[in-house]
Design a protein around this ligand. Structure first.
Ligand SMILES: [Zn+2]
Length: 79
């Protein structure tokens, strides 16, 4: 019974400590794409071509004049 009381006290202290130390870290990285087709500027992420929808690594994607990502030069130029 003492162990249970100790655990509750420790849990309560941890809870208060977390509140005092500010907001909890966000669970999701903000740079992660939420919807398909969004351009992401961090390396290692998968992005989709704004013309055909093909997914490719951001490092291999081309950025068009409009700021969107494309899989090839032809698609970046396509209307
Ligand atoms: Zn494409």
């Amino acid at each position: 019974m003492d162990l249970l009381a100790d655990l509750i006290i420790i849990w309560f202290i941890v809870l208060l400590y977390r509140r005092w130390t500010g907001p909890v870290r966000p669970r999701f990285r903000p740079e992660r794409p939420v919807t398909a087709g969004r351009s992401v500027r961090s390396g290692g992420e998968m992005v989709s071509c704004a013309h055909c929808g093909l997914y490719l690594p951001h490092a291999e994607a081309l950025t068009g004049a409009d700021g969107k990502t494309y899989c090839s030069r032809e698609h970046a130029r396509a209307p």
